[in-house]
Design a protein around this ligand. Structure first.
Ligand code: EPZ
Length: 495
């Protein structure tokens, strides 16, 4: 296997193979975390051992969308099949007419989109995830038309789609957003009456190639290096007629994974990982085989779990260069990070290594290679246990501090002003105490789990369906590391 963990190659005849489980203890069969369940954690606890990292959620979502570009089949390995987001994306592809073979045990998915006969995916599934919106690019590029619902996903900010719309228009698409309006006649007591229009329901984006033949190469500068808009425009441009130049694009590893997949399907994408992409459109792409790389955000979350519990654990597979910002911050705090081999990291924050306590540090989230916004909530949980105060500035999303209220219920001292939080640490680690909490989004939810691991007593977390969107087997993996964490069906009062 190539040094980098993501590889793709043209598809040879194959059969779905038996699984090679990395950790015989941790079951490959994932039991999906459901909305009506709660997690009960008893703390404080220390962790030890090794944790295997699943395939990347965010890479999988855009690679699955990209299969819509390919004639004949694509085989994806190491897909986090147990995530509800993955299942929603598969339902979106099926609703378009794609044929899907799914092997949960060995994390393999075979997708054939030759039978796609619709350009309007199931709205209900679209509303569940943000990544579903990415299909607008490949549908437009291959089928010349797309009607997609406005995306769902975590409620962490405005999250408009203006960059997608303007980018697709720059590639020769006619795009409009339509809402369903309800008009009401309201008699007003005084002079005259007024008509008030009420928007009822999510909008849809209707797009088709303006020339009726297909997309055309063009150039577009993104005002902000949006990951989703970059990935969607890359997919659209890979089958446009002519050359496309996209500038100020996202440089996230997931963008590089997609470029590798597209190039192995016969596309010509240059510059992935830099802030400019040059794409020579091709009239046809073919299916390929691809290995989904490990989830850098899951790996980062477990590194933070080791730090917050002052433990020593090893994590693999992980690509250290994908997490260099976090590694630097944890070292500043006093953690010892060791690279054991090509794709294994050992994180140690055990008291022997850390004098009195871990030191706080300041964080400002920004696009890759900056500090990942997806690790901001669990990092804040850690900072509530470090000595000294820390400033956390969320600069990517405008409403991603929802977890603060829940952490305060555990006794954390945090002050918020706009998108900046001042976190007052502690000289001694375990001043948090257990409480009843509610997860409101994916990464905010996992921050509560990490805080629950060190809070005195019992912490109960509801709304954990959010966590199951992005973490496979989180509770089982933590149990194998020694955590006292149980999943149970929530009583009606807890929902
Ligand atoms: C991707 O979301 C990830 N999701 C997010 O992970 C991640 O937080 C984010 O990138 C940033 O790294 C997936 O890949 C499925 P953006 P995306 O477009 O593409 C603004 C998780 O927890 N913007 O880079 O939606 C937007 O409002 C999730 O796994 C526009 O203004 O993120 C935001 O402020 C959460 N106009 C900023 O860009 C647009 O048209 C970054 O968003 C598009 C985006």
């Amino acid at each position: 296997m190539a040094t980098s963990l993501c590889y793709a190659k043209p598809l040879k005849p194959f059969s779905l193979r038996l699984p090679q489980t990395q950790n015989p203890q941790i079951p490959t069969q994932t039991t999906q975390i459901r909305e009506a369940e709660t997690l009960t954690i008893t703390g404080p606890t220390q962790l030890s051992g090794h944790v295997p990292i699943s395939g990347s959620k965010n890479s999988s979502l855009c690679l699955l969308a990209a299969t819509l570009l390919c004639s004949n089949s694509c085989l994806l390995h190491n897909v986090p099949t147990g995530l509800s987001d993955t299942k929603a994306m598969l339902s979106i592809l099926r609703s378009l007419g794609a044929k899907i073979e799914f092997n949960e045990r060995n994390k393999e998915i075979l997708v054939n989109t030759d039978g796609v006969g619709r350009v309007e995916p199931c709205l209900e599934e679209m509303r569940k995830i943000r990544g579903g919106f990415f299909v607008i690019g490949p549908l437009l590029a291959r089928f010349g038309e797309a009607v997609v619902g406005l995306p769902g996903g975590c409620d962490i900010g405005e999250r408009p789609v203006d960059l997608y719309v303007r980018g697709l228009r720059a590639l020769g698409a006619a795009v409009e957003i339509s809402y369903v309006f309800f008009s009401a006649f309201l008699p007003i007591l005084s002079q005259d009456s007024a008509i008030r229009q009420e928007k009822v329901g999510d909008g849809r984006v209707l797009a088709h190639s303006a020339n009726g033949k297909g997309l055309v190469g063009g150039s577009f500068h993104l005002d902000f290096p949006s990951v989703g808009a970059t990935e969607t425009l890359m997919m659209a441009a890979s089958m446009a007629d002519g050359v496309t130049v996209l500038s100020n694009v996202a440089k996230e590893p997931e963008v590089i994974d997609l470029a590798r997949f597209l190039n192995d399907s016969g596309a010509c994408v240059y510059g992935a990982g830099s802030d400019k992409l040059l794409i020579k459109g091709k009239c046809q792409l073919r299916g390929c085989e691809c290995y989904v790389p490990p989830d850098r955000i899951e790996a980062g979350t477990f590194m933070l779990a080791a730090a917050i519990t002052r433990s020593l654990i090893s994590i693999s597979p992980v690509t250290p260069s994908h997490l260099s910002c976090l590694i630097d911050k944890l070292k500043i705090a006093g953690c010892k990070i060791t690279r054991c081999n090509n794709d294994t990291l050992e994180v140690s924050a055990i008291p022997e290594n850390v004098c009195e306590n871990l030191r706080g540090f300041n964080v400002r989230t920004s696009p890759f290679p900056g500090f990942p916004t997806d690790l901001q909530p669990p990092t804040m949980a850690l900072l509530t246990t470090c000595s000294g105060s820390s400033i956390v500035e969320e600069s990517v999303f405008d409403r991603r501090l929802g977890h603060v209220r829940e952490l305060q219920k555990l006794g954390a001292k945090i002050q918020v002003c706009g998108s900046t939080a001042l976190v007052f640490g502690r000289e001694t680690r375990s001043a948090l105490h257990g409480s009843q909490l509610r997860a409101a989004d994916l990464r905010g939810g996992v921050a509560l789990v990490l805080a629950g691991l060190v809070a005195e007593g019992t912490t109960q977390i509801s709304g954990i369906g959010h966590i199951g969107r992005g973490y496979e087997n989180l509770d089982t993996k933590l149990q194998f590391l020694g955590a006292d964490i149980k999943r149970s069906i929530a009583m009606a009062s807890q929902l």
